[in-house]
Design a protein around this ligand. Sequence first.
Ligand code: ZN
Length: 164
Amino acid sequence: MPPEFIADAMLLKLARWLRILGAKTDYVPSSMQDSQILKLMLEKKNQNKILLTQDVQLHERAKLRGFGSFLVPREVSVEGQVAAILREFHLSLSDFPAKTLCPSCNGALRIVKKSEVKEKVHENVYKSHRKFWLCEGCGKAYWEGTHWERIGEAAQRIKNLLKA
Ligand SMILES: [Zn+2]
């Protein structure tokens, strides 16, 4: 089983990236206090999940209680953070983008017939793209556009960081 993560409120960007790369990542809202996060980690469904935080104190408290926790480096770009996590947990990018999860909700993306998204996307998008996906969780539509190209480029930079 690939590891699953719980990212603290400071790490929304990172959480979205991990989902794009196929790692299931929950995101803790900023209203949640450290003690509540630790309580959350105790829940059965979360017991094998790894906490991602930049807060040294929270990281240490989690470790003391026997939870998996990874202290995310501060002085690097989000791509550098992703690379650090892939390295630490021996994850590869080889499944990308086949296993990409919805960056909003962790849902699985399903490739769909163009007609299925007609009501969900802007007319221009509909006309100018051929390949579409729908999230099985939140129903959001995705397509291979400029945004997707940028994700691909960033994934390539992450790959390069991993080689370095
Ligand atoms: Zn979704």
